[in-house]
Design a protein around this ligand. Sequence first.
Ligand SMILES: [Ca+2]
Ligand SMILES: [Ca+2]
Length: 509
Amino acid sequence: MPLRTALVAVIAATTLFVSAPASATTIGNADDVLTRTLVYRLGDGASFAEGCIGGDPPCLCPIQLGQNLRGTMLLRPTPSGVDTLQRFRVEQVNWLGSLNGERRIVGDGTLEIDTSTDGPSPAFTRLQLRLRIGEGDFVDYDSGWVELYDFNSVDISIAPVGNPCFGAVFTVSALPVPATEMIGYALGDTSLFFEGCYEPCLCPISFAQVAGGFALVPLPNAPAIHDEWALVRINWRSFDDTPGAPSFITARGAGIYQINTAALTPVPPHRLVLDLDVNRLTPEQQPVNYDSGWVFKTEDIGASPPRIKVEAAENAFFCFDRVFSIDAAPTDSTSPLLGLTSAAPSTLRVEPDLPDGWELIENPAIPMGGHRVDLVVQDMGDHQRHVAFNTTATPMTLDTVLGVKAGMGVCDAQVDGISVPFTRVYDGATLVGVRIVVELGLDPDTPTVIDLLTRKSADFNTDAFLNDQDFFDFVNAFFGPAGADFNEDGAANDQDFFDFVNSFFGGCA
Ligand SMILES: [Ca+2]
Ligand SMILES: [Ca+2]
């Protein structure tokens, strides 16, 4: 095709696209991170018992009452599809209870609230959980539908599905943890993940640094001789860039840290128990339990809130094992994944680093004085999103950087769906991110949503300017002997033309 004819064809074709540049600014559907996941904590009314609780005819054996049922769980609102039915995913059930020793209880499930009733109570509610007690199997529990009078609290009893002869029953009594009671924690530089053989087995042990954070929540209804805290929303990852390091790992979940305050020893014994989704690939995958056992602290680092320095193992440090050796403290200046670099009065400045392969990271209760902000960072391919909940509802400014992937150009930046000014962030000559400064809303349940829309950069000649010359250079390449594989799919064809034109007229550079 002669160039002149080609250009006429190009101009004719582009005219069609000029009418629809807005396609570059379309935002995907809102999803469940736009509602706040709440941390619930068991209160004094929580209890459990185990023994002959069912059967038909009823079985006969003693029922033993447990003590000090305590811990946390997450409630994540999820769509039910019905206006009068509220549904929550219950995640990271993270409990301890005392009955013939200490029992670890983990699992997940669903909480529903049906407001369609016009009976004596305002609503009905139902809790269904899948729980594992200690090293037992997972068992399904159900409350059935019961009357609900207090929408803020969870207060409901559950029993095993199928009315088995022997089993456990729970009264789940919990309230949301106030944001000001959550303490942001970060892993220090000496936190490591080990994989390999401990005594008596023989094989090499490799290790890698682990970084990340969690929020610490006090557990007031622990046994009197314990100080206890829950670790919630753990987000950790290893860095595997040293030769011989273990395979890359990510870990999310919850745990409980205990200090025995009654021991008459120079340094008190402590224990960390964790249940983590390690490299979780499917929702069905079981969390893995890590436990330090009761051990003496290696040094007296007593402080409140505590510095947590302890090793927790998957297999009790016996033979082939995986071990988290963590040293964590309240976040003051730098959380590796959050890039919290300053805390000017009322301005939270962050530069989150979402590891490769992660689609989501939740940073709960980022502290700034008495303020707390929950920040969710999401990677949706060519669309980056930060969702900020101003949980303490005081005037706050968020100064955040959304990442731009190599070769991508910025098409638009939006706050709550409206285009906003932004500043490009470079590493040398390479565009790596976009900085947006925004005043957060004052409703703790209505997030501020920051979106960055990117496409393959239309700066075709990579001179850092997007102008007509890029268009002509692309056209020349497109009609040249080799064509132009703009979208890098291995083939030079019409799709490359459409993709370039969309990016060019979207102003994506
Ligand atoms: Ca250019
Ligand atoms: Ca192509």
